[in-house]
Design a protein around this ligand. Structure first.
Ligand code: SF4
Ligand code: SF4
Length: 180
Protein backbone atom coordinates (compact mmCIF):
# COMPACT_ATOMS: atom_id res chain seq x y z
CA UNK A 1 0.00 0.00 0.00
CA UNK A 2 1.43 3.43 -0.92
CA UNK A 3 1.46 6.43 1.43
CA UNK A 4 -1.91 7.36 0.02
CA UNK A 5 -3.90 4.10 -0.10
CA UNK A 6 -6.67 5.80 -2.09
CA UNK A 7 -4.31 5.88 -5.09
CA UNK A 8 -4.74 2.10 -5.18
CA UNK A 9 -8.45 2.18 -4.36
CA UNK A 10 -9.81 -1.35 -4.95
CA UNK A 11 -13.19 0.04 -6.07
CA UNK A 12 -11.66 2.72 -8.28
CA UNK A 13 -12.21 5.75 -6.04
CA UNK A 14 -15.73 4.66 -5.24
CA UNK A 15 -16.46 7.48 -2.81
CA UNK A 16 -16.02 10.17 -5.50
CA UNK A 17 -17.42 8.16 -8.42
CA UNK A 18 -20.68 7.37 -6.67
CA UNK A 19 -21.72 10.68 -5.19
CA UNK A 20 -25.01 9.90 -3.52
CA UNK A 21 -26.84 12.52 -1.47
CA UNK A 22 -23.95 14.20 0.27
CA UNK A 23 -24.95 16.65 3.00
CA UNK A 24 -23.62 20.20 2.70
CA UNK A 25 -24.04 23.52 4.44
CA UNK A 26 -25.30 26.30 2.13
CA UNK A 27 -21.82 27.83 2.33
CA UNK A 28 -20.23 24.56 1.14
CA UNK A 29 -22.75 24.32 -1.68
CA UNK A 30 -22.04 27.87 -2.85
CA UNK A 31 -18.28 27.38 -2.56
CA UNK A 32 -17.95 23.95 -4.19
CA UNK A 33 -21.10 22.99 -6.14
CA UNK A 34 -22.95 26.15 -7.27
CA UNK A 35 -20.61 26.40 -10.29
CA UNK A 36 -21.63 22.88 -11.44
CA UNK A 37 -25.29 23.03 -10.40
CA UNK A 38 -26.47 22.04 -13.90
CA UNK A 39 -24.92 18.62 -13.22
CA UNK A 40 -26.38 18.16 -9.75
CA UNK A 41 -29.66 17.08 -8.20
CA UNK A 42 -30.29 19.03 -5.04
CA UNK A 43 -32.82 18.79 -2.25
CA UNK A 44 -33.16 20.46 1.12
CA UNK A 45 -33.16 18.92 4.56
CA UNK A 46 -33.77 21.74 7.01
CA UNK A 47 -30.73 24.01 6.87
CA UNK A 48 -28.70 21.48 4.83
CA UNK A 49 -28.53 20.81 1.11
CA UNK A 50 -28.26 17.23 -0.12
CA UNK A 51 -26.60 16.72 -3.50
CA UNK A 52 -25.94 13.93 -5.91
CA UNK A 53 -24.73 13.82 -9.49
CA UNK A 54 -27.61 13.95 -12.00
CA UNK A 55 -26.58 10.66 -13.59
CA UNK A 56 -26.05 9.20 -10.10
CA UNK A 57 -22.42 8.83 -11.11
CA UNK A 58 -19.24 10.67 -10.34
CA UNK A 59 -18.90 14.00 -8.59
CA UNK A 60 -18.47 16.73 -11.24
CA UNK A 61 -15.19 17.62 -9.52
CA UNK A 62 -13.81 14.14 -10.15
CA UNK A 63 -11.29 13.99 -12.98
CA UNK A 64 -9.28 10.95 -11.96
CA UNK A 65 -8.56 12.92 -8.80
CA UNK A 66 -10.39 15.56 -6.77
CA UNK A 67 -9.95 18.87 -8.58
CA UNK A 68 -11.12 20.87 -5.54
CA UNK A 69 -9.20 18.92 -2.90
CA UNK A 70 -8.23 21.90 -0.74
CA UNK A 71 -11.78 23.24 -0.63
CA UNK A 72 -13.67 19.92 -0.52
CA UNK A 73 -16.64 19.88 1.88
CA UNK A 74 -16.87 18.34 5.34
CA UNK A 75 -18.35 15.00 4.23
CA UNK A 76 -15.42 14.47 1.84
CA UNK A 77 -12.91 15.27 4.57
CA UNK A 78 -14.73 12.90 6.89
CA UNK A 79 -14.73 9.89 4.55
CA UNK A 80 -14.48 6.89 5.08
CA UNK A 81 -16.66 7.94 7.98
CA UNK A 82 -19.98 9.61 7.17
CA UNK A 83 -22.84 11.54 8.69
CA UNK A 84 -25.77 9.15 9.19
CA UNK A 85 -28.81 11.19 10.26
CA UNK A 86 -29.61 14.67 11.50
CA UNK A 87 -32.42 15.23 14.01
CA UNK A 88 -33.87 18.66 14.69
CA UNK A 89 -34.94 19.77 18.17
CA UNK A 90 -33.82 21.93 21.09
CA UNK A 91 -30.44 20.45 20.19
CA UNK A 92 -29.52 19.38 16.69
CA UNK A 93 -28.33 15.77 16.93
CA UNK A 94 -26.06 14.42 14.18
CA UNK A 95 -24.94 10.82 13.96
CA UNK A 96 -21.63 9.67 12.53
CA UNK A 97 -20.62 6.16 11.47
CA UNK A 98 -17.98 4.22 9.57
CA UNK A 99 -20.32 1.81 7.74
CA UNK A 100 -19.54 3.32 4.33
CA UNK A 101 -18.82 1.42 1.09
CA UNK A 102 -15.09 2.12 1.34
CA UNK A 103 -13.47 -1.33 1.36
CA UNK A 104 -10.58 -0.04 3.47
CA UNK A 105 -12.69 1.89 5.92
CA UNK A 106 -11.20 0.11 8.92
CA UNK A 107 -7.63 0.86 7.86
CA UNK A 108 -8.37 4.43 6.75
CA UNK A 109 -10.59 5.42 9.65
CA UNK A 110 -8.96 8.42 11.30
CA UNK A 111 -9.36 9.77 14.79
CA UNK A 112 -12.96 9.54 16.03
CA UNK A 113 -12.49 12.75 18.03
CA UNK A 114 -11.42 14.63 14.91
CA UNK A 115 -14.35 13.22 12.91
CA UNK A 116 -16.83 14.18 15.63
CA UNK A 117 -15.35 17.69 15.85
CA UNK A 118 -15.77 18.07 12.08
CA UNK A 119 -19.42 16.97 12.23
CA UNK A 120 -20.09 19.23 15.23
CA UNK A 121 -18.49 22.14 13.35
CA UNK A 122 -20.73 21.55 10.33
CA UNK A 123 -23.81 21.46 12.57
CA UNK A 124 -22.78 24.67 14.31
CA UNK A 125 -22.50 26.55 11.04
CA UNK A 126 -26.20 25.94 10.27
CA UNK A 127 -27.83 25.60 13.72
CA UNK A 128 -30.51 28.10 14.72
CA UNK A 129 -29.49 30.78 17.17
CA UNK A 130 -29.40 29.20 20.63
CA UNK A 131 -29.70 25.63 19.30
CA UNK A 132 -27.13 23.23 20.75
CA UNK A 133 -25.35 20.67 18.59
CA UNK A 134 -24.65 17.13 19.74
CA UNK A 135 -22.84 14.35 17.87
CA UNK A 136 -23.68 10.69 18.48
CA UNK A 137 -21.43 7.90 17.24
CA UNK A 138 -23.46 5.00 15.81
CA UNK A 139 -21.81 2.37 17.99
CA UNK A 140 -22.87 0.70 21.23
CA UNK A 141 -25.51 2.77 23.07
CA UNK A 142 -25.14 5.49 20.44
CA UNK A 143 -26.35 3.05 17.78
CA UNK A 144 -29.37 2.24 19.95
CA UNK A 145 -30.13 5.93 20.47
CA UNK A 146 -29.97 6.65 16.74
CA UNK A 147 -32.14 3.58 16.01
CA UNK A 148 -34.88 4.84 18.34
CA UNK A 149 -34.58 8.39 17.06
CA UNK A 150 -35.04 7.13 13.48
CA UNK A 151 -38.01 5.04 14.55
CA UNK A 152 -39.64 7.99 16.38
CA UNK A 153 -39.08 10.18 13.33
CA UNK A 154 -40.52 7.61 10.94
CA UNK A 155 -43.55 6.86 13.09
CA UNK A 156 -44.29 10.23 14.68
CA UNK A 157 -42.13 12.79 12.95
CA UNK A 158 -40.07 13.62 16.05
CA UNK A 159 -36.83 15.35 15.06
CA UNK A 160 -37.98 15.70 11.46
CA UNK A 161 -37.30 18.83 9.43
CA UNK A 162 -40.59 20.00 7.93
CA UNK A 163 -39.16 20.03 4.40
CA UNK A 164 -37.97 16.41 4.36
CA UNK A 165 -39.70 14.59 1.49
CA UNK A 166 -41.69 12.11 3.59
CA UNK A 167 -44.44 12.30 6.15
CA UNK A 168 -44.44 10.31 9.37
CA UNK A 169 -46.75 7.30 9.48
CA UNK A 170 -48.74 8.92 12.30
CA UNK A 171 -48.95 12.64 11.53
CA UNK A 172 -49.84 14.11 14.95
CA UNK A 173 -50.35 17.74 13.80
CA UNK A 174 -52.81 16.54 11.14
CA UNK A 175 -54.59 14.27 13.61
CA UNK A 176 -55.10 17.23 15.93
CA UNK A 177 -56.16 19.58 13.13
CA UNK A 178 -52.93 21.57 12.74
CA UNK A 179 -51.39 21.55 9.27
CA UNK A 180 -47.65 22.02 8.72
S1 SF4 B 1 -11.66 6.43 0.80
FE1 SF4 B 1 -11.97 4.25 0.27
S2 SF4 B 1 -13.45 4.28 -1.42
FE2 SF4 B 1 -12.57 6.35 -1.26
S3 SF4 B 1 -10.84 6.37 -2.69
FE3 SF4 B 1 -10.06 5.79 -0.66
S4 SF4 B 1 -10.05 3.54 -0.64
FE4 SF4 B 1 -11.40 4.20 -2.30
S1 SF4 C 1 -15.47 17.22 -3.94
FE1 SF4 C 1 -13.66 16.00 -4.38
S2 SF4 C 1 -13.46 14.57 -2.64
FE2 SF4 C 1 -15.56 15.37 -2.66
S3 SF4 C 1 -16.77 13.87 -3.85
FE3 SF4 C 1 -16.09 15.49 -5.25
S4 SF4 C 1 -14.19 14.71 -6.17
FE4 SF4 C 1 -14.59 13.52 -4.30
Amino acid sequence: MSDNPCLACPIDQGCCRNLDWMRLSPEEYERVYARVDDRMETRREGPFLLVRAKDKGACPHWDGHCTVYDERPTECRLYPQAIGSVFDGADMVLSVHAETPCPWRRALRGSDDAAEAMVRGLGQTVARQGQGVRVVREEGFGKLEVYFRRLARKLLGFGRYADTPYRPLIDLPRLFGRSR
